[in-house]
Design a protein around this ligand. Structure first.
Ligand code: SF4
Length: 164
């Protein structure tokens, strides 16, 4: 028996989906608005799914609708009866002020129960994590670059993950 809490859950579970986080469970139900904050990123991951019309372009989309004003975000959320929002990019933390503004907008309109998770490839510093938490972020996913995968222990990513 392992002491690692994640490995322990995996050993005890008969199904990987038994311990999916709430953001993933809502996504499985089709309840998550996809908020693409910017195509800017600066990395070149071999698995990058971005299309040419989004990659390294400072454009914003909510689902497939280009965001021209904050109203686009609210209208799209209402149209799909969104239960929550997944914030992505590009690298959304390159546009931290926009992320905070959208989160505040969504929580104000739909309440704290509107579940928000965010993907980042950065080892966010404490100040950034505290701003995200204060604005109501419910979950965060860290995607460190592939060349760091063998050496995450003791890195800024470990610090950020533990802080989060
Ligand atoms: S961090 Fe994300 S958006 Fe940037 S290159 Fe990698 S997969 Fe693509």
């Amino acid at each position: 028996m392992t002491d690692d809490p994640v490995k322990k859950l995996m050993e005890e579970s008969e199904s990987f989906s038994d311990f999916l986080p709430e953001g993933c469970l809502l996504c499985q139900k089709g309840g998550k608005l996809v908020l693409f904050v910017t195509g800017l990123c600066g990395r070149d991951c071999f698995y990058c799914p971005l299309s040419d019309d989004r990659k390294e372009r400072d454009v914003s989309f909510v689902n497939e609708r280009q965001i021209l004003s904050d109203d686009d975000v609210i209208e799209e959320a209402l149209e799909m009866d969104a239960l929550g929002t997944g914030i992505t990019g590009g690298e959304p933390l390159l546009r931290l002020d926009d992320v905070i503004r959208y989160m505040t907008l969504l929580k104000k309109r739909f309440g704290q129960a509107h579940h928000i998770h965010l993907y980042t490839s950065l080892a966010a510093d404490d100040e950034t994590l505290e701003k995200l938490a204060s604005a109501g972020l419910d979950e965060i996913r860290f995607h460190p670059p592939a060349d760091l995968w063998p050496s995450l222990e003791g890195s800024d990513y470990e610090r950020a993950i533990r802080k989060a």
